[in-house]
Design a binder for this molecule. Sequence first.
Ligand code: IPM
Ligand code: MG
Length: 368
Amino acid sequence: MIKVKKRKILLLPGDGIGPEVIAEVKKIINWFNDKKSLDFEIDQELVGGCSYDKHGTPITDEVFYKALESEVIMLGAVGGPTWDNLEFSKKPERALLKLRKELKLFANLRPAICFKQLVDASTLKPEVVSGLDIMIVRELTGGIYFGEPRGIKPIENGERKGINTHTYTTSEITRVARIAFDLARKRSNKVTSCEKSNVMEAGQLWKEEVQELHEKEYKDVELSHMLADNCAMQLLRNPKQFDVIVTDNLFGDMLSDQASMLTGSLGLLPSASLGAKNKDGEMRAMYEPIHGSAPDIAGKGIANPIACILSFAMALRYSLDLDKEADILEKAVQDVLNDGLRTKDIMSEGMKETSTSAMGDAIISKLQ
Ligand code: IPM
Ligand code: MG
């Protein structure tokens, strides 16, 4: 049997339901190793609040350097109320933001697909969401998340001032817009670029740069510009008008949470954070479900592992060049949903409610 080269996957389960959903992905990786001789090499480390509890920092240098060397990082989730009152630099989220920034993972792909089996799980009318297939491309290393100056400083009269700065440069905008246009060409060839060009200079620049790139290189793709608040409204009114949405870091954070509920549950949305390719054509990448640590349901065995499992399918496709394996994994998820298996978040009448690990096992049995 031909063995492909060993490929390193770093698992960072994190906090809350992170470890529960990553455990299911681990089973799937092991299945691929055993049954398909794929030779993935798994390593696992602490990140987020659990790392703070053990080491006093949300990410140690050792883990950070490991991440730098890994071709694929699978992250569960970070954060929770336990660590809410920590000083800013120690908060669990800093680990995630550091990984995104330092690994230069500038393009965050968040697909929102409404599976036909789950049209009734959405709070929106079935005719509004059925057949929905949107790709949100969120800029991930710029904007107000990282802009300087930032901080909280005392001002006159005993008051304090909180400061964050929203900035974008031409190249930060064009490199993420290029990803959106390229993706659109493989889909329905339509890009909607969202900003607040009516109130923010950085938004105006965003719009102009996207427009210019379009005229120079992507005339064949249909481009429209939309104000981000209007986009939030249109996502509820008529979400199927969208194909690819490209937007900045903060708007992308909010619009993707909103889009997830069109699909029925936050527990279904995977994501891929992609960086630039190095000269050997290798690209750093991190994959994570968008749902976060969900501390309210952590430890109960009821979290939906599908977003995390579909994130691994994205890793197979975008980092590991294993399209066929990604297809069979996505198909296995569909098959399990067809059988009526549901975790609590997507449970509806007549379906079979199942636990996190039983859902993972069922998906594996469909892979066989
Ligand atoms: C996300 C999350 C993160 C973000 C948090 C956990 C820092 O909400 O990935 O959408 O705001 O980007
Ligand atoms: Mg978010």
